[in-house]
Design a protein around this ligand. Sequence first.
Ligand SMILES: [Zn+2]
Length: 447
Amino acid sequence: MKRILIKNARIVNENEVFNGSVIIENEIISEILRDGKEPLATCDEVIDAGQQYLLPGIIDDHVHFREPGLTHKADIFSESRAAVAGGVTSFMDMPNVQPQTTTLETLEQKFELGAKNSIINYSFYFGATNNNTELLKSLDKTRVCGIKLFMGSSTGNMLVDRMAALERIFNKANILVAAHCEDQNIIRQNTEAIKAQYGEDPDVSLHPVIRNAEACYSSSSLAVSLARKTDARLHILHVTTGKELQLFEDKPIKDKKITSEACIAHLFFSKDDYATLGTRIKCNPAIKEVTNRDALRKALNSNLIDVIGTDHAPHLLTEKIGGTLKAASGMPMIQFSLVTMMELVKEGILSIEQLVQKMCHAPAELYEIHHRGYIREGYQADLVLVNPNAEWEVTSQNILSKCAWSPLEGHRFTSKVEKTFVNGKLVYDSGLVDETYRGEELKFRLQ
Ligand SMILES: [Zn+2]
């Protein structure tokens, strides 16, 4: 049995930061030693962390890796490679691919693609439509992370807005329903009004006027009321407004059935950034006023926002040409999610313990992931070593996503991911990815 010792680390876990060492045996964290305590048995390999932070690997509950069918934009191999370079060790991928993941067959095909192509651990959402509710009860609760519900159209055509269908989905779902909430009628009205004033394809700065706070609140409050009525397990994705926060309870995850996610782009950018970044930061729901961004940031210090995801949604730059109606919505983000949040830690927006809570522990708890998301003895050794004092710049040379651009190009970060372990294997090390490694299927709700 191979034993790896990571010593002299500042371990961030379960609301504390302490000096210590971790021993990995094969795939598992076998021992956690506090302070300078030496291991009893010898280790085959010793890594001196030099007082860098050792965190549980990031679990991203919201990605679009575009496979199958949209692989000119991205694929599971390319994006899991970018992810591991960013300290992400597990992802949950959305169903708006081609063909859409809305049948048991297409779901099975995605699991096969994950096993074949993913460098990190993976799971896949099942897409709910107006007419596949009968399949929901046959989903394997231990394999499928959740049901994705588009309440309001986004990229791909999985809009579910007939009230009867919505209620049926909430009733039949026996696992978590993750919802994209934007009211289609409000968006349609806003679009017509803006087009009448500004022409066929208005400037991207009008995106948050079309997809406004009212559209978000109208849809998320409907989702919350339906979930309450049916006692469903609801997770509202990419919350973008301060107003929506009043729909949630400031309670631990275990004490509630309605939870929420905020995404990196909405926590980092605001409407003011359209002037310099244009359609690169166009996404749905839209990036809004700085007051909304700041309300989301504040909520990270409570349980009003439970998890931080990326909504990593790559497009080619040529697909991002145009204004608010023509340019594609979504941006790549997964490679830089951890370092972006480290910037907010340095700004005092949240503590590093809270970062680990929202990006590692909370997704594990919320989705009931088996033995991941914490630095605990007996858990899978998904770990990331972060240097908090290393300045570097995002350039076209170090972007690993297939689309080869980032809204963060030119941004200088002051923290750097040095090493990422996936199931005890050092898969990312100082700029190099072990492309031969394959991750494991995430397991959920095991008793
Ligand atoms: Zn998404």
